[in-house]
Design a protein around this ligand. Structure first.
Ligand code: OVV
Length: 412
């Protein structure tokens, strides 16, 4: 380790960016930007292929092609040194690193295989009845209520009900699952107030999460058991199986909560698109893909240059932290016509809301199955979704999610 703590910036080596890379005096983690990011996204793309942010001593990309390229270039841009601002090679991470997210080839390949088998389209299909029955019952209950607060009542309620069942968790604590997600995702940002607030719950929640991942805290018929089967056949150690169950709990709750909340926001703000979906339910999938493109639930994730390399022809030093602004890429007018319009007939093939390359979201089949169930229940039973107050965003260093969404669900 060649740098003392004192010389690190946000836990990584300070850089001297190549000439020609524009410097931008901005804090991308300012709460006002996080709550309403489109102007920041536009300016980031306008400034250049790659931008230097002195405040954090990072490079940042937001144009579609360059963002996709950096994010999927696992040879040059490593995940094992952390996907946030801290360089795990120079500073200890806040928790033992994920053995699927925060790891490179060849180690990544073995754990990824286990997870992609556990989360296959076939397995996701097996959860369809549970997801549909739960969504139908939840929407029925909410329809009798007049106005609802859709974040707590629906967006959080649905995944925190079905996902622990899908995993086979014996321990139930929806609040801990949501708050753990907030820790995991805020942790990839700088040491700001958001990160510190999220981490203030760590003392209670981290031990609970770790304990909930043990074999004897899981049923024999869920996703957890599928992972432990790989410990039985010798592919994984017992500890590794527990770590992969931890990945379910890290990545599977906050993301789908956000996907559902953002879908309700998009549809409540765009009644013509809701009507179009009601007329043609075969557009459910396309609607969710457009929600993902339009709101990018994971707005920013990073990589670390593992060796001297380049971005769009500009030299990049080893150890450089590069943040990839997925939200900016998914709004790039060079890629998408009229990107700031929410259009369910767009079929936004190639959006990078699930990432790209070997680390692309391994849970996306489950995410899609959850959204299909929720949107399916809504279009069956609800005539109109009307705003019943202002939507409030919940700023996070990596997630673009709502805090409050008051709506009226008007029954058929
Ligand atoms: C994609 C993702 C996000 C957050 C956490 C993890 C994965 C994990 O593996 O823990």
């Amino acid at each position: 380790m060649s740098f003392s703590q004192a010389t690190l910036i946000e836990g990584h080596k300070p850089i001297s960016p190549a000439s020609g890379i524009p410097a931008w005096d901005i804090d991308p983690y300012d709460v006002e930007i996080l709550k309403d990011p489109n102007a920041y996204y536009a300016e980031l793309r306008a400034l250049g292929e790659v931008v230097y942010i002195p405040r954090y001593s990072i490079l940042t990309v937001g144009r579609f092609e360059t963002t996709r390229k950096v994010f999927s270039d696992h040879e040059n841009f490593l995940s094992s040194r952390g996907v946030g601002l801290n360089d795990f090679k120079l500073e200890d991470p806040w928790r033992p690193p994920s053995i699927i997210l925060e790891v490179d080839q060849p180690d990544h390949t073995r754990t990824r295989k286990v997870m992609s088998r556990a989360l296959s389209p076939k397995v996701a299909k097996g959860f369809a009845d549970l997801f549909h029955e739960t969504a139908d019952a939840l929407v029925d209950r909410l329809l009798g209520q007049g106005s609802i607060e859709a974040v707590a009542d629906l967006a959080e309620a649905f995944p925190t009900t079905v996902f622990p069942k899908a995993v086979g968790m014996k321990d139930v604590n929806p609040r801990y699952l949501v708050d753990y997600g907030a820790m995991v995702f805020n942790a990839v940002g700088p040491d700001n107030q958001l990160r510190r607030d999220a981490m203030s719950h760590a003392g209670e929640i981290v031990p609970w999460i770790n304990a909930a991942c043990a074999r004897d805290r899981l049923t024999k018929d869920g996703l957890g058991a599928l992972v432990y089967a790989s410990a039985d056949d010798g592919t994984l150690s017992e500890d590794e199986a527990g770590m992969l169950v931890r990945s379910f709990l890290s990545a599977g709750v906050d993301t789908t909560v956000t996907g559902i909340g953002n879908a309700l926001w998009c549809l409540s703000q765009n009644p013509d698109q809701w009507d179009a979906l009601k007329r043609d339910p075969s557009l459910i999938r396309a609607t969710f893909e457009e929600v993902l493109r339009y709101t990018s639930p994971v707005h920013t994730f990073g990589r670390t240059a593992g060796q001297a390399t380049e971005i769009a022809g500009f030299p990049v030093e080893e150890g450089t932290k590069v943040t990839c602004v997925l939200g900016a890429a998914n709004m790039d007018p060079d890629k998408w016509g009229d990107p700031e319009k929410f259009r369910i007939d767009r079929k936004p093939v190639g959006h990078i809301a699930f990432g790209a390359g070997i680390h692309g979201c391994v849970g996306q089949n489950i995410a899609r199955a959850e959204l299909e169930a929720v949107l399916g229940a809504l279009i069956k039973k609800v005539d109109r979704i009307e705003p019943a107050g202002d939507a409030v965003w919940r700023p996070s260093n990596a997630i673009r999610a709502l805090d409050k969404l008051p709506i009226n669900l008007i029954p058929n």
